[in-house]
Structure formats: C-alpha cells, structure tokens
Design a protein around this ligand. Structure first.
Ligand code: ADP
Ligand code: MG
Length: 214
C-alpha cells in the first residue's frame, strides 16, 4: 500500500531528514515512532502528498505521488486518504458539523449515514456539532478530527498522535475505532505516536523507527 524509496526532506532553516525505506502491504498497520523532532509529522505529510520530498519517491497504492501536480495530489488525497493531522487542525471559521461536511464536498462522495451517526456518538460529538473550533478543548478537537478522517472509510488512514490530549477512556475508544476501521475492511493504518497507550493498542504492528536528528 505504501512504498518509500530513498526519501529525503530538507527544511529551510536546517533540518535534514533521511527516512528509512519502507514497504507496507495493504491491510497492514504501521507504528511510526521516534523522538520529538525526528520527522514523524514530516513523513506523514510526504506520504499524504501535502509536502513534496527533496529527493526520493513515495508510492501509495498504484500511485506515484511525484507524477501528480499539486492540484491532482489534493484531489487524490481527499478521495483516498483519511488524514488526522497533529493536534486536529480544523477549519477555524466552520462549525464542527461543517468541518465534517467538508470531506464529502472535497471528495464528492456521501459518507454512509449510519457510519457518520456511529462516529458522532462514539466520539461524544453530539453536543459539539454547532461549536466552532475555538470553543473546543484539545481533546474535543482531536475527536472531531478523528471522525473527519474516518468518515469516508478511506483505504488508508494516516493519524498523527491520535491519542494526545485524550484521557484513558477516550484514547482507548480512539484506538478501537482506528483498529475496527482497518480490521473490518482490510484498510491500511499508519499511526505516529509516542504515547504508550497507542503503542500497546497496536501491539504486533510493523514499526518504523525514526532516529533523532544528530
Ligand atoms: P516529529 O513529528 O517527529 O516531532 P517533525 O516532522 O514535526 O517531527 O519535525 C522534524 C524536523 O523538521 C524538526 O527538526 C523540525 O524543526 C523540522 N520542521 C518541521 N516542520 C518544519 C517547517 N514547517 N519548517 C522548518 N522546519 C520544520
Ligand atoms: Mg509530530
């Protein structure tokens, strides 16, 4: 599902990140680990086509990302990937309900209604739908972003620190939802985390270790 070769990204300001090659088969789960600053978020941005590598190649499914234009990558991402950015990152001007709606506009596809209702209930979002992002706590923001990532049941989920700022029950529910999504349908999951609760929930998953920058 994901292949990276000789992937390398330099950031203006100094950081040079050289990533180990990876082959992750469809339906598998990957635990992306490494200390803060080792490049986990950068790796997810490269694999989702939000960033272009300085060198190297990313292939997701049958798609080589370097052969797509920026606009094509945006369309491809909205239809193929559920992306949970670090901290959640919702659109600040939109209500929670409209943030959830945004994914179907972007992908031009309707989420299954029962699935949407289940996500809203299990993530405890019923009372939050009319709020705007500045009226949410960090944990609430993250739960909305998780619902948004799972809504269209994409073949690949990329989740950046999905349990940060969640209490134990919420972290357990978040990991359960992510695992159900992959186990029920053979979808592929990548979780970047340094949270032991997430690591334990993904016991047995393939892992990719990113080293601290020297
Ligand atoms: P992690 O998610 O593992 O904490 P990141 O991918 O966020 O690591 O960061 C890896 C390195 O890249 C860090 O040294 C960070 O300072 C640098 N970096 C990340 N984003 C940017 C950016 N937008 N501009 C410049 N440097 C960045
Ligand atoms: Mg990060």
């Amino acid at each position: 599902m994901i292949t990276t070769r000789a992937l390398y990204k330099t950031w203006p300001g100094g950081a040079s990140l050289r990533f180990p090659d990876l082959t992750l088969p469809e339906g598998q789960t990957l635990l992306l680990r490494g200390p803060s600053g080792s490049g986990k978020s950068t790796w997810l941005a490269l694999v989702s086509g939000l960033l272009t590598p300085t060198q190297g190649e990313v292939i997701v499914g049958a798609q080589s990302l370097s052969s797509l234009s920026q606009t094509q990558r945006d369309t491809w991402r909205s239809t193929h990937i559920g992306f949970l950015p670090q901290g959640g990152r919702l659109s600040p001007a939109l209500t929670v309900a409209d943030n959830l709606d945004l994914v179907r506009f972007a992908a031009r596809r309707e989420p299954p209604r029962a699935h949407q209702a289940t996500l809203v209930r299990r993530l405890g979002l019923e009372g939050l739908l009319r709020r705007r992002p500045h009226e949410l706590s960090g944990g609430q923001t993250l739960r909305v972003a998780l619902a948004r990532a799972l809504l269209l049941q994409p073949a690949l989920i990329l989740a950046d620190e999905p349990t940060a700022s969640l209490d134990d029950d919420q972290a357990h529910e978040a990991m359960t939802l992510l695992l159900e999504h992959t186990q029920a349908s053979g979808h592929t999951l990548v979780v970047a985390t340094h949270d032991q609760r997430a690591v334990q929930a993904l016991d047995g998953a393939q892992s990719l270790w990113l080293e601290a920058l020297s």
